[in-house]
Design a protein around this ligand. Structure first.
Ligand SMILES: Nc1ncnc2c1ncn2[C@@H]1O[C@H](COP(=O)(O)OP(=O)(O)O)[C@@H](O)[C@H]1O
Ligand SMILES: [Mg+2]
Length: 383
C-alpha cells in the first residue's frame, strides 16, 4: 500500500466539466468524510470546470456554504499519469513529489465523469477504481444505446425515435416526423439530448407546434436527440451494488419520487431549485412490486455490463393491455452520493450505511477493475 503506515491511499476525484460539477463536489465531501482515517489516507483531487486537475487548496469546503454551491477553482496543478509504471499523480510544476495511489473513486457525474472518458484514463493508469468501466459508462450515458441493450435483454421500453444530426435534420425538414411516427408516439412526447443529465436540454411537448423548438434545444446539448412517448406511471428508483469481489450484484429497496401537484415532470428546477418533489424511501410498493423492480434493476445493471454500483430509474404504470408495466427510464453509473441523495438513502433503509457503502465499493474495486490483462510493471526500473 502507498499510504502512511499501511493505509490504503484513495484519490477521491470530484468537480469536473459537466453541469453537475457542484453536486459532484458535495458527493465527494460526503465520501471523504466517510473514509475512516485509521484505514485510509484520502487524497482529494479536484477537476475544475474547464478540466484542470488540482490538489485543491486546503480551504475548499465541499458543501453548500451560505447558499453558495461548492466549486473547484484553484490548487496545485497535477496530472494523472496514463502509464502504469507510475500509478499516480504527477505535479505539473515545481518539485513536489509525485503521489502514488492505490485506488481511485471518481465521484463525477455526467460528461467526462460518468461517460467512459475518465474510466479510459484510469484503465491506462493501471489503477483500480470504483464503478463501471469504459463500455458500461459510455453505454449508460447514451440514452439510445441504453435502450438498445435493455431491449436486447428483454426489458420493456417505451416508443421512441432517434434523430441523428438533429439540427441538420431540422434544417432539411422542420416537421421532422411523419404522421405515422407522430401517431405512434402520441402526445405528450419527451425530447431529450441523447447524452446529458440533470434534465438539461429536455422538453415535454404537448403540441406538435412546439416540437421543432424542443428539438433545437436538445440538439444544442447533443447533436443526437431522442423523442420518447410519455410513459405514464410512478417514478421509482432502485440502487444496485456489486457483490464482494465483484460478485453477484444485489438491489436495494426501491424509492419513489412523488412530484407535487402542478409539477408535470422532474425537470432541472424540480430537481435542484424548488421543493417540488417528495421522496419515499423506501417506496410504498407491494412485496411483488418491490421484487419486480429489484429483479429488473439487476437485469438492467447486467445488461449494460455495469460494475460497482448503479441507480436504475423506472416508470411503474399500467400498459395498454391493462397489466402493470415496469419501464426502465435510465441507468446512472455514478448516481448522486450526497447524504440526501437517493442512492445512499435507499441503501441505508436496506441496512447498508454510508460509510459501509464506501468501504464496500473501495474493497470491490481491485476485483472489478483489477489486474485484468495487466502485466506487473517494474516501477523502480522507470520511476
Ligand atoms: N418517456 C417519459 N415519460 C414520462 N416522463 C418522462 C419520460 N422521460 C423523461 N421523463 C421525465 O423527465 C425526467 C428527466 O428525464 P431523464 O430521462 O431521467 O433525464 P436525465 O438523464 O436528465 O435525468 C424524468 O425523471 C421524468 O420525470
Ligand atoms: Mg433522470
Amino acid at each position: 500500500m502507498s499510504g502512511q503506515a499501511g493505509k490504503l491511499r484513495v484519490a477521491v476525484v470530484f468537480g469536473g466539466r459537466s453541469a453537475e460539477h457542484s453536486i459532484s463536489c458535495i458527493s465527494a465531501g460526503a465520501v471523504l468524510a466517510a473514509l475512516d482515517p485509521d484505514r485510509y489516507e484520502a487524497i482529494p483531487v479536484g477537476i475544475t470546470r474547464d478540466g484542470g486537475w488540482v490538489l485543491p487548496d486546503p480551504g475548499l469546503r465541499l458543501e453548500i456554504v451560505d447558499g453558495v454551491l461548492p466549486e473547484v477553482t484553484g490548487g496545485t496543478p497535477v496530472t494523472l499519469v496514463g502509464d502504469p509504471a507510475f500509478r499516480g499523480l504527477l505535479p505539473l510544476a515545481g518539485d513536489e513529489p509525485r503521489t502514488e495511489l492505490d485506488v481511485v473513486f471518481p465521484v463525477l457525474h455526467g460528461a467526462y465523469g460518468e461517460d467512459g472518458t475518465i474510466q479510459g484514463l484510469l484503465e491506462m493508469s493501471g489503477l483500480p477504481y470504483v464503478g463501471s468501466g469504459v463500455f458500461a459508462s459510455a453505454a449508460s450515458m447514451d440514452k439510445e444505446f441504453t435502450k438498445k441493450l435493455l431491449a436486447a435483454a428483454g426489458l420493456s421500453q417505451g416508443e421512441h425515435v432517434v434523430l441523428r444530426d438533429a439540427s441538420g435534420a431540422l434544417r432539411a425538414d422542420p416537421g421532422l416526423l411523419d404522421d405515422a411516427a407522430r401517431e405512434r408516439l402520441g402526445l405528450p412526447v419527451f425530447v431529450k439530448p441523447s447524452r446529458a443529465g440533470s434534465s438539461i436540454g429536455i422538453s415535454r411537448v404537448t403540441d406538435w407546434a412546439q416540437f421543432p423548438e424542443a428539438v433545437a434545444v436538445a440538439a444544442a446539448v447533443d447533436p443526437k436527440v431522442i423523442v420518447e412517448a410519455a410513459v405514464p406511471g410512478r417514478e421509482i428508483e432502485c440502487g444496485v451494488l456489486t457483490g464482494p469481489d465483484g460478485g453477484t450484484p444485489r438491489a436495494s429497496l426501491p424509492a419513489e419520487i412523488r412530484l407535487r401537484p402542478g409539477t408535470d415532470w422532474y425537470d432541472f428546477t424540480a430537481k435542484y431549485l424548488e421543493d417540488a418533489a417528495e421522496f419515499d424511501v423506501p417506496a410504498g410498493l407491494t412485496q411483488a412490486q418491490t421484487r419486480a423492480v429489484q429483479e429488473a434493476a439487476v437485469r438492467a445493471y447486467l445488461a449494460l455490463d455495469c460494475a460497482g454500483l448503479a441507480r436504475v430509474d423506472f416508470f411503474l404504470g399500467v400498459g395498454p393491455d391493462g397489466a402493470e408495466r415496469l419501464v426502465v427510464n435510465e441507468v446512472n453509473t455514478m448516481p448522486g452520493f450526497t447524504p440526501i441523495s437517493m442512492f445512499p438513502r435507499m441503501w441505508a433503509v436496506t441496512g447498508v450505511g454510508f460509510a459501509e457503502l464506501v468501504d464496500h465499493l473501495l474493497a470491490a474495486a481491485p476485483a472489478v477493475h483489477g489486474a485484468r490483462d495487466r502485466p506487473a510493471v517494474d516501477r523502480d526500473a522507470r520511476a
